[in-house]
Design a protein around this ligand. Sequence first.
Ligand SMILES: NC(=O)C1=CN([C@@H]2O[C@H](COP(=O)(O)OP(=O)(O)OC[C@H]3O[C@@H](n4cnc5c(N)ncnc54)[C@H](OP(=O)(O)O)[C@@H]3O)[C@@H](O)[C@H]2O)[C@@H](O)CC1
Ligand SMILES: Nc1ncnc2c1ncn2[C@@H]1O[C@H](COP(=O)(O)OP(=O)(O)O)[C@@H](O)[C@H]1O
Ligand SMILES: [K+]
Length: 532
Amino acid sequence: MTELLTAAQMRAIEQAAIESGEVTGLELMERAGQGVVEAIFEEWPELEGGDRKAVVLCGPGNNGGDGFVVARLLKERGCEVEVFLYGDADKLPPNAKANYERWSETGRVAPLSEYTRGEGWGCDLLVDALFGTGLSRPSPDLGNLYWNMEDMVDGFGIEFGHKRGRPAIVAVDFPSGICSDSGKEFPHEDAHYRFAASAHLTVSFHQSKQGHFLSEGAELCGKVVVKDIGLSEEKEWRKDNWKALTKLIGRLHPNWFRKDQDGHKYHHGHALVLSGSHGSTGAARLAARGALRIGAGLVTLGSPRSAMLENAANLTAVMLKQIDGALGLTEVLEDMRFNAICLGPGLGIRADTQALVLTALKANRPTVLDADALTRFSANPDVLFGLLHKDCVITPHGGEFTKLFPDIAEKLAAPAVTGPAYSKVDATREAAARAGCVVLFKGPDTVIADPDGRCSINSAQYDRAAPWLATAGSGDVLAGFISGLLARGFSPMQAAETGAWLHVECARKFGPGLIAEDLAEQLPAVFRDLGL
Ligand SMILES: NC(=O)C1=CN([C@@H]2O[C@H](COP(=O)(O)OP(=O)(O)OC[C@H]3O[C@@H](n4cnc5c(N)ncnc54)[C@H](OP(=O)(O)O)[C@@H]3O)[C@@H](O)[C@H]2O)[C@@H](O)CC1
Ligand SMILES: Nc1ncnc2c1ncn2[C@@H]1O[C@H](COP(=O)(O)OP(=O)(O)O)[C@@H](O)[C@H]1O
Ligand SMILES: [K+]
């Protein structure tokens, strides 16, 4: 897993390195500029040599300082470079000022208004070094520029390489206008057209930042490349701060999923999934099949009497047991071999769902609550929070999250006014602390947090985009995946992270045309690809 930093964490790491004498701020800025130029030519080798023109837009802080380094290095590599500054050169921070002066020895710096007033783009490469991690408020006067950049990113590729006027756009650290912690744009009522820049390529430093993977961040960054700027491993700092670090879930190791060669089915747990009544049974069957495919030794679907025939006609490897209401569930759970429970998909939001949830939670087994098992508590979430325990995982989508945590959802939905803005990471952490269990908050940027503050993002963005997951029932399959992993003995956090990651892998394996039934059927191929 990779760690994602906030602006404050990046500054702390930078500060620690500078104070230890390991590096100076000016050296870091030079390496950042070098990293950007390296990434540009790696992405577009055709920009090297020949008659190429670059425009570099520099801002009033250190992001602008990186821009002056980029301008100098591009010029050294043979580009014709024009530089525009937003703000007052006399107020630049010291390192940025030093690089401004260095550039000024060989080139001119014009005010940004000269560029934005001009006709067309007039370059092959546009470097956005206006704002990075220090952006703290909206920039209404840049709305028009941002809007044009979005247009350029959308239209890119048609004439690039043939006709000047459709530049490749590179963002230094972030497309300007995005909050680096939350990925939100800073809106402003006076802004024209757009609130943040767009880019084809974003080059960041040392480690990715949270905002590259949250909210609008991923959409506007294009592609993110992270360049090493020689900051050390900062082991001490990490030891003190590990809980506050957000992880990006990456490729999982096959050992994670292997089954012992000599184990029998009860070694891998027995998951119980509760079905809704007749006519509402498909969701639970999707979850049950997901739990079985992901490796639970046994999976039983608990069905009310009214739906027994319907379920029996549609199940083979998944077993079926009649469970009528909370009393029936209490009796079944006397069998301690049921070591994971999944409730919610298709369960309905009547009072009997509440009774089932309360019974399941009192049994104190690893439990996944999804869909109706969450919605049922919209009017009284505190009743639910009072019973949830540390072995639970709840898996709300945006609507369910809002019903359970209305005040947190309101903060998350509020427009960013000052930076750093309240993020989906902040929201999920706060929700997990309140619920007292793992919360998996769905979306292309699925965020998972536990009550201790550990947090990770499962990204279905960039080259892991999986828009076909937005299909009815895919969340039910995820709930099943997580329950199956709980049955196998994964901890709630591990089960949620692993289930979410495999869910996206399955969607990508199948690709366009995916429907929920297809997801679990991709698991064998995904496991094989992992080397299992
Ligand atoms: N940390 C590191 O390790 C490294 C960092 N590096 C680079 O530094 C960047 C961070 O630099 P940074 O902190 O100077 O912030 P930056 O993004 O340039 O913007 C702040 C400036 O903008 C101003 N300002 C803010 N909002 C505004 C608005 N709406 N409209 C107008 N002005 C506004 C704000 O003014 P103030 O809020 O103080 O009034 C301040 O002057 C980082 O992204 C990376 O590129 C690399 O060199 C490598 C090592
Ligand atoms: N555009 C998208 N890109 C990636 N994943 C998505 C996207 N839209 C939805 N998902 C994922 O699909 C699943 C949908 O779950 P949910 O909304 O509960 O659906 P349902 O209730 O129909 O099963 C979640 O895991 C969510 O993260
Ligand atoms: K930028």
